[in-house]
Design a binder for this molecule. Structure first.
Ligand SMILES: Cc1ncc(COP(=O)(O)O)c(C=O)c1O
Length: 382
């Protein structure tokens, strides 16, 4: 009996020692969520690329007025009220849009629909941590193509990795966690080289923050190449990460296949209502995005001035390549109340937060580089 069982007088259930399962489970990594800020002291959670702003009053009002009274009913499975709005916005057939519980689910549906045992999915690495989990979860083989020395997609190497087993190629623009962007010429180069029957996913979770004038926006490229699917989300710029809603845009036949492997009713009515209200409040949200971009530039400029090498960011976060110094720097950041995302042995990703949080990042980084000047030299030493 465990102590807890003893206390409430129940018998402990016997734990299953062995059970039949897929042979490949041991190879699937577990997703690690960004750490929360510790309670009881001044600390900022800058570990999940969330929007630091709370929900817009108009969004709260819309949810309160409609969605909360319909909880006894299943949501509209296709989310037409959102889909129709998005179709108009992107000037596409509503049948070419699919919703998911965050773009994570959209990506999962695409991988599940296209790939499986004996097939390959190509993506850059390091990139979004869910890719290996989703690809291995489908039973497919991940083909991870290392980033270039300046932490960008290596498009020629991704092209060279294509085989007749390739079912999907993922482009993450801007790339999480390195914040680097993919240029129009690079995207074109890739699309020209990819066989017409291989789908390319452009994961654009952070595209609203992408201020690189030379970058690709796949909603334009998809008019030229029909083998493109785009994943976008309401989690980041729209600040709805907790409600779980994202969407995919793609060719109708691909979207139809994705809908077969979708989890029915995964997008709640609350999330759908919030998404519509957010689309209605576009100007207010754009102002917030503009402010976050200004804050990002303020922080990254200040860090560059201090001597850090910060790759140009097209996102609401930035990256410090720290190699063996990663844990040391992470400890200093945590002590100071900056809760960032740490990739041990590689680097640290810091999200853009409120003005106050960003001030603390600037101040803390100044102190760290004073004590640890070698941190500045890690960039080229990879
Ligand atoms: C590159 C990228 N794609 C997709 C997602 C998924 O976000 P969500 O499922 O909240 O839409 C994230 C989340 O961090 C991300 O960084």
């Amino acid at each position: 009996m465990t102590e807890a069982n003893e206390a409430n007088g129940t018998a402990a259930a016997e734990t299953i020692a062995a059970f039949r399962h897929r042979d490949d489970l041991a190879a699937i990594p577990v997703y690690r969520q960004g750490k929360p800020a510790p309670a009881g002291r001044r600390a900022f959670k800058l570990s999940s690329n969330e929007n630091p702003y709370g929900p817009l009053p108009s969004v709260v009002k819309a949810i309160d007025a409609a969605a909360l009274t319909t909880m006894n009913r299943y949501p509209d499975m296709h989310g037409w009220k959102v889909v129709e709005r998005l179709a108009k916005r992107y000037d596409v057939d509503p049948a070419s849009i699919i919703l998911g519980a965050g773009s994570s689910e959209v990506i999962t549906m695409l991988v599940d629909a296209l790939s499986g045992p004996g097939t390959e999915v190509i993506y850059p690495w390091r990139s979004f941590e869910a890719y290996p989990i989703i690809v291995r979860g489908a039973g497919a083989t991940p083909v991870e193509v290392p980033l270039t020395a300046d932490l960008r997609h290596d498009i020629p190497a991704m092209i060279a990795a294509i085989t007749d087993r390739t079912r999907l190629i993922i482009v993450n623009n801007p790339n999480n966690p390195t914040s680097t962007t993919v240029s129009r010429a690079e995207a074109e180069q890739l699309m020209r080289a990819v066989p017409k029957d291989v789908v390319v996913l452009f994961d654009e979770a952070y595209y609203q923050f992408n201020t690189d004038a030379d970058t690709e926006v796949a909603t334009e490229l998809m008019r030229e190449y029909p083998n493109i699917v785009i994943a976008r989300t309401f989690s980041k710029a729209y600040g709805l990460a907790g409600l779980r809603i994202g969407f995919g845009i793609g060719p109708v036949p691909v979207i139809n296949e994705m809908s077969k492997v979708a989890l029915p009713f995964s997008v709640s009515d609350v999330a759908q209502t919030a998404a519509v209200a957010s689309l209605d409040a576009q100007d207010e949200l754009d102002a917030r995005v503009k402010d976050l971009i200004a804050e990002r530039d303020r922080v990254t400029d200040a860090l560059a001035e201090q001597g850090w090498h910060v790759p140009p960011s097209g996102a609401n976060f930035f990256w410090l390549q720290l190699n063996d110094l990663t844990d040391q720097v992470a400890e200093r950041l945590t002590e100071a109340g900056v809760i960032a995302r740490v990739f041990s042995g590689d680097g640290i990703r810091i999200s853009v937060g409120t003005h106050e949080a960003n001030d603390l990042v600037i101040e803390t980084c100044a102190a760290i580089i004073r004590d640890l000047p070698a941190a500045a030299e890690q960039w080229g030493a990879r």
